[in-house]
Design a protein around this ligand. Structure first.
Ligand code: GDP
Length: 293
């Protein structure tokens, strides 16, 4: 972040040169930081709150040491971004058996693809995975998951049109009686926009399935909209963790910061390609760097 550091250094020097960062200096620097965050597609409110938090820490910081004032501000911002994104890489907890994961998100976010990726990821770790294709909204989704399940080599249970959540639960339980599986991953219906009927449908299936994790899949390219999506899903179906997809695109990571900030839930994985292997642990430090440009 040398260029950002140098730019800030110039700005700070113009405002004053002290051994400690002064309030007017921090104020001037934070205008730049806020702009950088907005350019990275961080939600406006989240950016504002973030800047206020860093400002508080920055005022009075010693700048007589090895870092100049610009570098000091960049380091503070970088550290705070990492903290806001969760600090370190985290994974969902898995019990020996009885794990049920519920995948939710808008249509096109990458739910079905991520479901297949998770199956491959956990199968490689020795888990016995069962997929449930419950995306009754998008006609091709259940077939898409079936194709993925064959590629991964795990069974899939396809929900029929008109099937009730209780029936789905019963069919899953029946399956598990004859074929032991310790991780059941349920791909659910999404719509292009937040929709009350969809949320009701999701909540009903969630009640029937009693998932141990509810994972919200957020498209990194949705930028500003990510906050609203994350907030609404969290309110309606109590999200326990996040997966950010399409991080291989040119999205800067603002969606991740917004979704994490508004829900306070850990980001477990990042989608990095369309392929089944394109799932990585989420690394807050890498994404913090990307947000700063
Ligand atoms: P769903 O409607 O939420 O189930 O979305 P899909 O899983 O069908 O994904 C929508 C599109 O995004 C598909 O073309 C996927 O191949 C693509 N996709 C999903 N995840 C990623 C990712 O991490 N990177 C890239 N480049 N494409 C992705």
């Amino acid at each position: 972040f040398e260029s950002l550091g140098n730019k800030l250094q110039d700005i700070l020097d113009r405002v004053g040169k002290e051994r400690q960062l002064t309030e007017p200096q921090v104020k001037a620097a934070m205008r730049e930081i806020r702009m950088a965050l907005l350019e990275a597609d961080v939600n406006f409110g989240v950016a504002k709150e973030f800047v206020a938090k860093v400002s508080e820490k920055a005022v009075g910081q010693d700048v007589s040491g090895s870092l100049n004032s610009g570098q000091t501000v960049v380091k503070l911002v970088h550290d705070e971004l990492i903290q806001t994104l969760g600090g370190k890489s985290m994974q969902p907890e898995l019990k020996a058996e009885g794990n049920v994961w519920f995948m939710v998100g808008l249509q096109g976010a990458g739910k079905t693809t991520s479901t297949g990726k998770l199956a491959a990821y956990y199968k490689a770790k020795g888990r016995r995975v069962l997929l449930v294709a419950a995306d009754t909204q998008r006609p091709a989704a259940r077939d898409q998951l079936e194709v993925l399940s064959k590629q991964v080599g795990v069974p899939v249970l396809k929900v029929a049109d008109g099937e009730t959540p209780a029936e789905t639960r019963r069919r899953v339980d029946e399956h598990l009686k004859t074929d032991f599986r310790d991780l059941v991953i349920v791909d659910t219906a999404g719509r292009l926009q937040i929709d009350e009927a969809l949320m009701d449908q999701l909540a009903d299936l969630q009640t029937a399935m009693q998932p141990t994790e509810t994972l919200l899949v957020v498209d990194a390219m949705t930028g500003q909209e990510a906050l609203n999506v994350a907030q609404t899903f969290d309110e309606r179906v109590q999200v326990s963790g996040l997966i950010i997809t399409k991080m291989d695109g040119d999205a800067r990571g603002g969606a991740a910061l917004s979704a994490r900030s508004v829900t306070g839930k850990p980001i477990y994985f990042a989608g990095t390609s369309e392929k089944l292997s394109g799932l990585d642990a989420f690394h807050p430090d890498r994404v913090a760097g990307r947000i700063l440009g």
